[in-house]
Design a protein around this ligand. Structure first.
Ligand SMILES: C[S@@+](CC[C@H](N)C(=O)[O-])C[C@H]1O[C@@H](n2cnc3c(N)ncnc32)[C@H](O)[C@@H]1O
Length: 387
């Protein structure tokens, strides 16, 4: 059975794979770039499309560059290291528009483009590694094998310096390393590393290596500034920060509202938010631990009748249908911001949010929070048409 094919690459698919056509069938080819001619090997075959990996490049793209990482061909973490960074940003912005149009049928909104990351490597202030008998590393392309690493070019230098000691000190299956802006490293398995302070826009927040935090310090700061710009004409009394984690958005935008209510299911994240609140002497914010599906409506009821602004920043899997339906009918809220790291899921959820014509998608801004990887951060703004 034939397994290797020669093909021209006609485009770049969501996720960073080149698009090829062989005998009328579409193949998504890892490692191939638009305008290239390649030989690829088929790795799996579905009814409507196939998957493949490049084995030889017959005609390279002028945008092809040398990957910086020695593990790039084995590790699953990055998908764009072989592409010039400007082109990566271009394709990612196109993919967000494509997903919103194809999955969500959204075409009439203002697309504010993609804010690039100032750093293309060395930007990650948070990484999670997995343990095999050989040591800590990332999952390989088969999603099973752990590729042990001595360094990750995406991570900040201080994190890379800490990686070399992990194998002799820790045994836990998963371990998270986070760095603060002063260069300290905080490790999830370390008994004394439960909380640490870090500063954003001059505000001291509290984080934990055991709770979510934004991975790219500079781009996260740009996102907050963008939301602030959008919010400047709003008259919202309360900011409702759903999936608030350590209170990142609520805390940094609190000066624009009379009060902030943050909710997250992670106990330790909420402990961080409350520690920061106490440290800053804030009395107009409350952070509560709870599962979205069970607790949000009850908390929101208390704000009924006020002009509220809502920001949601759920995990990659998005929001549940139940919450999306509930949010779609919130008539007393002025605007809804959806921060997403998967535009296909954003498009899916946005369809439900706008289903009964209460919310209208008005703006989408993208941020390259994770250069060299397939992930894209977007902020979608929904306005109530009556505003
Ligand atoms: C992408 S993070 C965003 C955190 C925060 N907004 C920030 O910027 O740091 C997603 C958050 O959703 C929380 N989460 C996940 N599932 C949840 C659920 N069903 N209900 C409430 N929170 C949930 C996680 O604990 C995590 O803190």
């Amino acid at each position: 059975m034939q397994n290797n094919y020669e093909a021209e690459i006609s485009g770049m698919a969501y996720g960073g794979m080149g698009i090829a056509r062989v005998n009328g069938k579409v193949y998504f080819v890892e490692g191939a770039l638009p305008e290239e001619k390649v030989v690829f090997t088929k790795t799996s075959e579905k009814k409507r499309f196939g998957l493949g990996r490049v084995v030889e490049i017959l005609k390279p793209s002028s945008s092809r560059v040398e990957p910086a990482c020695p593990y790039y061909n084995k590790c699953r973490g990055c998908q764009y290291q072989h592409l010039d960074y400007e082109k990566e940003v271009y394709y990612k912005a196109e993919q967000v528009k494509e997903n919103l149009g194809r999955i969500g049928s959204f075409r009439e909104y203002s697309f504010d483009g993609m804010t690039p990351s100032p750093l293309h490597y060395g930007y990650r202030s948070s990484i999670t590694l997995h343990r095999s008998l050989a040591g800590y590393g990332y999952f390989g392309w088969d999603d099973k094998t752990i590729i042990t690493i001595e360094q990750c070019p995406l991570a900040e230098d201080t994190i890379n310096r800490a990686i070399k000691d992990l194998n002799s000190l820790y045994t836990k299956r998963n371990i998270t390393l986070k760095s603060d802006h002063k260069g300290n490293v905080w490790i999830s398995s370390h008994p004394d590393h439960l909380f640490f302070k870090d500063s954003y826009s001059g505000t001291e927040l509290t984080f934990s290596p055991r709770a979510f935090s934004q991975a790219n310090r500079q781009v996260a700061g740009s996102m907050v500034e963008k939301v602030r710009e959008f919010m400047k004409n709003e008259k919202g009394e309360t900011l409702f920060d759903l999936y608030c984690g350590t209170g990142f958005f609520g805390m940094l935008l609190r000066d624009m509202f009379g009060s902030v209510v943050g909710i997250d299911e992670s106990r330790i994240a909420i402990d961080c938010a409350n520690a920061a609140k106490k440290g800053l002497g804030i009395d107009n914010a409350g952070f509560y631990c709870g599962e979205a599906e069970k607790t949000y409506p009850a908390y929101y009821e208390k704000l009924h009748g006020k002009k509220n602004t809502i920001i949601i920043d759920p995990p990659r899997s998005g929001i549940s249908k139940k919450i999306a339906i509930w949010l779609s009918g919130l008539k007393d809220a002025e605007s809804l911001y959806y921060v997403s790291c998967d535009s296909a899921i954003l498009a899916r959820d946005a369809r439900i949010l706008t289903q009964n014509d209460h919310w209208k998608l008005t703006n989408v801004s993208c941020f390259d929070m994770f250069p060299r990887t397939k992930h894209i951060e977007s902020i979608a703004l929904f306005k109530s048409p009556s505003d």
